[in-house]
Design a protein. Structure first.
Ligand code: GDP
Ligand code: MG
Length: 442
């Protein structure tokens, strides 16, 4: 996997300053291979890797990560962004039924998807209706009817004297029928061809014009790999669409098609279909797809762990400074509070310090909102006041409380608490142990 390859390319060194050109090149090479192996189209790979290199050059090296991890982190963020960032939700019509039209090649999975989507909508309290507009294949209408029955959703199909042979007419009548019978979502299944075909595009475009869908979804088989781009572009030009649905993600395709299509068309991938069962369907998750494309799940876990460990190290350093007493200032105090907030739990960090176990209960009861207040108060102080809180007299307290939107009493409490903490720490540092604490080493 990419994780393995990158791990062997780099030793676990921590970088300094900026990423070196050699680091960037070596990592970019591995990422390029990984993207090509995932069947991402070559022009997309080139553009993407180029953009990554550029961003990597401008990046400060974090103390937490080695160069390879740093670049993978960038790659992951960019992948997620191109794949749509947050999952894009369906847009529903404000009045009348929401019309969703499916388009795509034959075998892409449209008819299957129509029923899956209907079931998914039904589970969310919608009352969908399916419209069978694939009049090309002899069995297509029946296939939709069978699927509709499986998910308990009605299917509008052409009958003699009711638009037979004319998919545009069927689509129009289907939407009218949904309106009449108060179904709130209409899903239009359309015909596909094995290859891109002008007549099929023309028909789909006419259905689009006639029904004015709220969403046109381009359905594409994730297994088609390199061909995905040409197909996606042809449909964009021939029919136009608002979002993409990837099917057959249960296969072993790494999902490069998702990146190629999203990057070339700028359209978000909205849903993923991953199996033959009607419930094998979900919103598309850009982050999951990003790690599938790069095959770097383990690397991302490592990165997360490294960052967490680094935060903990920093917190411990701050805590050591605290116990060192001496030049401990309100600025340190604030930095500490912010670090604590980042790690989530005061008691966890303080618990790491020898002799602090006693205070567990008190610390556990510490109100996180207190930190907001403390932060506001300290930020309203001048640098001189932070370094030497002794100078904070009555009029300064009034000014600080006004500036921080707190009461003078809050400022008093904070200053008192700071001096208490400092005194306690100084005593500890002198080796006297905690006051009144038996068993502390002297
Ligand atoms: P259409 O021609 O676009 O309407 O495609 P169909 O819905 O008829 O699907 C074509 C074939 O792909 C059928 O055999 C489906 O069972 C199968 N299929 C559709 N979606 C998926 C999927 O997510 N995973 C798998 N494994 N097969 C699928
Ligand atoms: Mg079909």
């Amino acid at each position: 996997t990419l994780s393995d390859r990158l791990a062997s390319t780099f030793k676990n060194l921590r970088g300094k300053g900026r990423l070196s050109e050699a680091d960037i090149d070596a990592t970019a090479r591995e990422i390029r291979i990984a993207l090509l192996e995932a069947d991402v189209a070559l022009p997309v790979v080139k553009e993407f890797v180029g953009a990554i290199k550029e961003r990597a050059r401008g990046e400060e090296v974090s103390g937490a990560l080695n160069p390879a991890q740093q670049i993978v982190k960038i790659v992951n963020e960019e992948l997620v962004a191109i794949l749509g960032g947050e999952t894009r939700r369906l847009r529903y019509a404000k009045t009348g039924p929401t019309v969703i039209m499916l388009a795509g090649l034959q075998g892409a999975g449209k008819t299957t998807l129509a029923a899956k989507l209907a079931l998914w909508l039904k589970e969310q309290g919608k009352t969908p209706m399916l419209v069978a507009c694939d009049l090309q294949r002899p069995n297509a209408v029946n296939q939709l009817q069978v699927n509709g029955e499986r998910v308990g959703v009605p299917v509008f199909a052409p009958e003699p004297g009711n638009g037979v042979g004319n998919p545009v007419e069927v689509a129009k009548q289907g939407v009218a029928e949904a309106k009449r019978t108060l179904h709130d979502v209409v899903i239009i299944d359309t015909a596909g061809r094995l290859g891109i075909d002008a007549e099929m595009m023309g028909q789909a475009r006419m259905i689009r014009t006639a029904t004015q869908p709220d969403e046109v979804l381009f359905v594409v088989d994730a297994m088609i790999g390199q061909d995905a781009v040409n197909t996606a572009l042809a449909f964009q030009e021939g029919v136009g669409y608002d979002g993409v649905v990837l099917t057959k993600l249960d296969g072993d395709a790494r999902g490069g098609a998702a990146l190629s299509i999203a990057s070339i068309t700028g359209k978000p991938v909205m849903f993923a279909s991953n199996g033959e069962k009607m419930t094998d369907f979900d919103l598309f998750h850009p982050d999951r797809m990003a790690s599938r494309i790069l095959d770097m799940g383990d690397m991302l876990t490592l990165i997360e762990q490294a960052e967490k460990a680094f935060d903990q190290e920093e917190a411990l350093k701050a805590a050591e400074k605290l116990t060192g007493g001496g030049d401990f200032t309100l600025t340190d105090f604030l930095a500490q509070m912010q670090q604590i907030r980042k790690l989530g739990s005061l008691s966890k960090i303080m618990g790491m310090l020898p002799g602090m176990g006693q205070f567990r209960e008190q610390l556990d009861n510490f109100d996180e909102r207190e930190i907001d207040k403390i932060q506001a108060i300290i930020q309203s102080m001048t640098p001189a006041e932070r370094d030497n809180p002794k100078i904070i007299d009555g009029s300064r307290r009034l000014r600080i409380s006004k500036g921080s939107g707190t009461q003078v009493n809050d400022v008093n409490t904070l200053v008192d608490r700071f001096f208490d903490a400092k005194k306690m720490m100084q005593q500890m540092a002198k080796g006297g142990g905690m006051p009144g604490m038996p068993g502390m080493p002297g």
